[in-house]
Design a protein around this ligand. Structure first.
Ligand SMILES: C[S@@+](CC[C@H](N)C(=O)[O-])C[C@H]1O[C@@H](n2cnc3c(N)ncnc32)[C@H](O)[C@@H]1O
Length: 247
């Protein structure tokens, strides 16, 4: 780790993004998603599920926080957005490449649409927690997982979570579970180390090796999402090689 104070959090922030941000993070075009059953895990207070429904993409969003009431979710998300933005302002190297106010406004826009949709379409949202998901094997065509894996590894292991809750063993279990419920393709983002000079996260290689051993083909696609510096700003894309692949 470099000499500067690390970006750190005592727990996972309840923080979400818009469809436009998701498409950038995961290197996707909305046209590719039409007609697909997609798992968004974790969904957070994001508007991807709500917005994607408009073009015929059926998203199920999963997050342990969804067991709370809508009012609690709104309060918690607003507080977490403010706390994360304050920390980014205090540690400018951790702030998005673009304008911080525009970045914050997108989080509030996502939250507003999420709250509306959570009330109107509760069937899209399931309370559950990795590494155990309440779904059948290969229930989804595509699985997206943003801003939990890699990012919330322990501080000493390229992440920014205090404590050791999401260590490498947990990552293997969690990604194995995402693979179980996915029939074709998973996309995981981001995959870089946050608190060091830009480089790939130290879990990326063991996770890639594990997925390849389970019969998945992995590649890293450069993302254009401007929260992180361009080098190592990659999305891990894993494709199931054959229908016979066990997990
Ligand atoms: C920073 S948000 C990311 C949300 C969204 N995917 C995005 O990219 O903006 C991380 C989310 O992970 C959720 N979370 C925490 N522990 C989890 C677990 N064990 N399994 C699934 N989600 C979890 C939190 O509640 C939080 O909403």
């Amino acid at each position: 780790m470099s000499g500067r104070a690390p970006f750190s959090l005592p727990r996972v922030a309840f923080f979400g993004r818009t469809l436009a941000e998701y498409l950038q993070c995961f290197c996707l075009d909305a046209k590719e998603l039409r007609g697909l059953r997609v798992l968004d895990c974790p969904g957070g207070p994001g508007s991807f599920a709500a917005e994607a429904a408009a073009f015929g993409c059926e998203v199920t969003a999963v997050d342990p926080a969804y067991e709370a009431s809508t009012d609690d979710l709104e309060r918690r998300a607003s507080a977490d957005i403010d706390a994360c933005i304050a920390q980014m302002r205090a540690k400018p190297w951790s702030a998005p490449v673009g304008d911080l106010e525009t970045y914050a406004a997108a989080k509030r826009e996502a939250l507003g649409r999420f709250i509306e949709d959570f009330r109107a379409n509760p069937q899209r949202y399931r309370a559950a927690s990795l590494p155990t998901l309440p779904f059948a094997d290969r229930q989804f065509d595509m699985v997206l997982s943003g801003h939990l894996l890699f990012l919330y590894a322990p501080l000493a292991e390229d992440g920014f979570l205090e404590g050791h809750r999401f260590d490498l063993a947990w990552h293997h279990e969690a990604i194995g579970e995402l693979a179980r419920v996915c029939s074709a393709e998973m996309r995981l983002y981001p995959t870089l180390a946050l608190n060091t000079a830009p480089r790939r996260h130290c879990y990326a290689s063991p996770i890639e090796a594990d997925l390849e051993a389970r019969g998945w083909r992995c590649s890293f696609l450069p993302s254009v999402y401007a929260q992180y510096p361009p080098s190592w700003n990659d999305c891990l894309v894993a494709r199931r090689l054959s229908a016979a692949t066990p997990t």
